[in-house]
Design a protein around this ligand. Structure first.
Ligand SMILES: NC(=O)C1=CN([C@@H]2O[C@H](COP(=O)(O)OP(=O)(O)OC[C@H]3O[C@@H](n4cnc5c(N)ncnc54)[C@H](OP(=O)(O)O)[C@@H]3O)[C@@H](O)[C@H]2O)C=CC1
Ligand SMILES: O=C(O)C1=N[C@H](C(=O)O)C[C@H](O)C1
Length: 266
């Protein structure tokens, strides 16, 4: 029997891309789609939503009414929407693939707690390229950490609401792991005014917002006389959507627990 998928945040940029990615394959079947109560997409057929043939699955604003047991929920919504959905997923024994970023510490803890009851795969970026970028950045920090000034630069579209991006934070955590420290103890989140010279051992973050930039990340290792830049540029959201759909197929066969993209990439 095909694994059933529910898309949370169905009307959004990523929600629509995930619906498109589901239609590209046949192992997983779209069984429900949910968006914000009173959202303009509610009631629309999912096929029509992305300019394709009708599917018979309409966007709902009521997750509890449409979520069948053992469904895998693919979530790209908002931290609040994700938190509100968790009790419903837990009560129906559903699995969760979530790419929503911008969770605060309490929300991340709540997600961890949910993973004791249901399978949860959380990734700030579903691109394989970014998974490799994190490994490379960690290695570069291990080798160059003593001599390099490390900066993480990210650029996204003008509608993104959280900053720095989840990916930038994840790259920062990989760098910190390479340095053998906690990111919070060395991160410079903002610079403005008479900030003085750069401190040794700091990891600086810079954020660009504009236009329709899908997502770009650079880990910069600046030294005397040379610099190393590790850059990833996403040019199509379908990269993330296909990664999340692949993750959902994998997660359907897992026990309760907290998983990362690296667990399925090996
Ligand atoms: N991990 C990854 O690879 C990626 C992660 N992301 C992350 O995914 C999230 C979504 O991004 P994006 O698609 O660009 O954002 P959008 O704002 O385009 O989409 C979010 C969708 O969720 C809807 N929503 C809001 N509240 C609820 C609710 N209570 N229940 C159900 N749906 C709700 C929104 O409706 P409305 O517009 O009416 O508020 C909107 O349709 C962000 O956190 C982003 O950072 C994005 C790309 C890749
Ligand atoms: O909001 C986005 O668009 C993206 N968000 C993710 C993040 O915060 O890192 C992933 C990707 O860069 C696109």
């Amino acid at each position: 029997m095909s694994t059933k998928i529910c898309v949370l945040g169905a009307g959004g940029r990523m929600g629509q891309s995930v619906i498109r990615a589901l239609f590209e394959q046949s192992a997983l079947v779209l069984s429900a789609a949910v968006d914000r109560p009173d959202g303009e997409v509610v009631g629309k057929d999912c096929g029509a939503l992305i300019g394709q043939d009708r599917t018979g699955v309409s966007v709902s604003d009521d997750l509890a009414a449409h979520l069948e047991p053992q469904t895998v929920v693919i979530d790209f919504s908002s931290p609040d929407a994700l938190m509100a959905a968790l009790p419903v997923l837990e009560s129906r024994d559903c699995a969760l693939v979530t790419g929503t970023t911008g969770l605060d510490a309490a929300q991340a803890e709540r997600l961890d707690a949910a993973s004791q009851r249901i399978p949860v795969l959380r990734s700030d970026n579903f691109s394989v390229g970014v998974a490799l970028m994190r490994a490379l950045a960690q290695r570069a920090a291990e080798v160059l950490g003593e001599q390099a000034d490390i900066e993480i630069i990210e650029a996204h579209h003008r509608r993104k609401v959280d900053a720095p991006s989840g990916t930038a934070l994840a790259v920062g955590r990989s760098v910190a792991q390479g340095l053998g420290i906690e990111l919070d103890s060395v991160a410079d989140w903002t610079r403005h005014g008479q900030v003085g010279p750069r401190g040794d051992g700091r990891v600086g973050f810079s954020v660009i917002r504009g236009g329709d930039i899908v997502g770009e990340h650079t880990a910069l290792f600046a030294m005397a006389g040379e610099r190393l830049e590790i850059t990833h540029k996403a040019t199509d959201r379908m990269i993330f959507a296909r990664g999340a759909v692949r993750a959902a197929g994998w997660l359907a066969a897992q026990d309760a627990g907290l998983y990362a993209l690296e667990d399925l990439l090996g």
